[in-house]
Design a protein around this ligand. Structure first.
Ligand code: ADP
Length: 181
């Protein structure tokens, strides 16, 4: 199952799958600001990638502020890099949206710096962090679409949604996405 649109020469795609199986150059992770490892998608990525991910995080970083991201190698994953992005815990304050958008934008900035041309993202913050999926999907897709319009270096951004309700919500948000001329 997949839905996609083109933005310039790049593709923005939404699929229902497991992020640990993706063959994009990078995969995004929904990390916590201690970079301490956790459940959900973070646990799945660390299990599939192996211990080198945590070893690299511990050696290189002392945590990561909410709304930002850090990068490691992909270990045993097909993806060469993992971008550990820290989304906000949903609080209902207007700051949530800015922080969620920033987590995606900073991840893409790391891709541009590293000449990474394809990345798969999970739905950051909509699991344990409680962000309502309808709102989070609109913020996620608008933020990355905006980035693609300005940066032709990234050729593919794929959202990989684990469960069918989240997938359907992202498909609906993709259909409603309004792109400037
Ligand atoms: P957060 O703490 O940022 O909310 P979670 O890991 O709790 O992060 O959830 C984020 C999203 O990732 C949820 O939609 C969850 O269902 C999804 N998820 C969990 N495992 C995987 C996986 N292997 N691949 C893709 N998405 C996953």
């Amino acid at each position: 199952m997949a839905a996609k649109i083109n933005i310039g020469k790049s593709t923005l795609e939404v699929v229902q799958s497991d992020i640990t199986l993706q063959d994009t150059e990078a995969v995004g992770n929904a990390a916590n600001s201690a970079l301490a490892g956790g459940g959900g998608v973070d646990g799945a990525i660390h299990r599939a990638g192996g211990p080198s991910l945590m070893a690299e995080l511990k050696a290189r970083y002392k945590g990561c502020p909410t709304g930002s991201a850090v990068m490691t190698g992909g270990g045993n994953l097909k993806a060469k890099y993992v971008i550990h992005a820290v989304g906000p815990r949903y609080s209902g304050s207007p700051k949530d949206a800015a922080l969620l958008g920033a987590a995606y934008r900073e991840s893409l900035e790391l891709c541009s710096q590293q000449n990474i041309s394809s990345i798969a993202f999970p739905s950051i913050s909509t699991g344990v962090y409680g962000y309502p999926v309808e709102e989070a999907s609109r913020i996620a897709l608008n933020t990355v679409a905006n980035y693609l319009e300005r940066h032709q270096d990234i050729k593919l951004i794929r959202f990989v949604l684990f469960d069918s309700r989240t997938y359907q919500t992202y498909v609906a948000a993709l259909k409603e996405l309004v792109l400037p001329e």
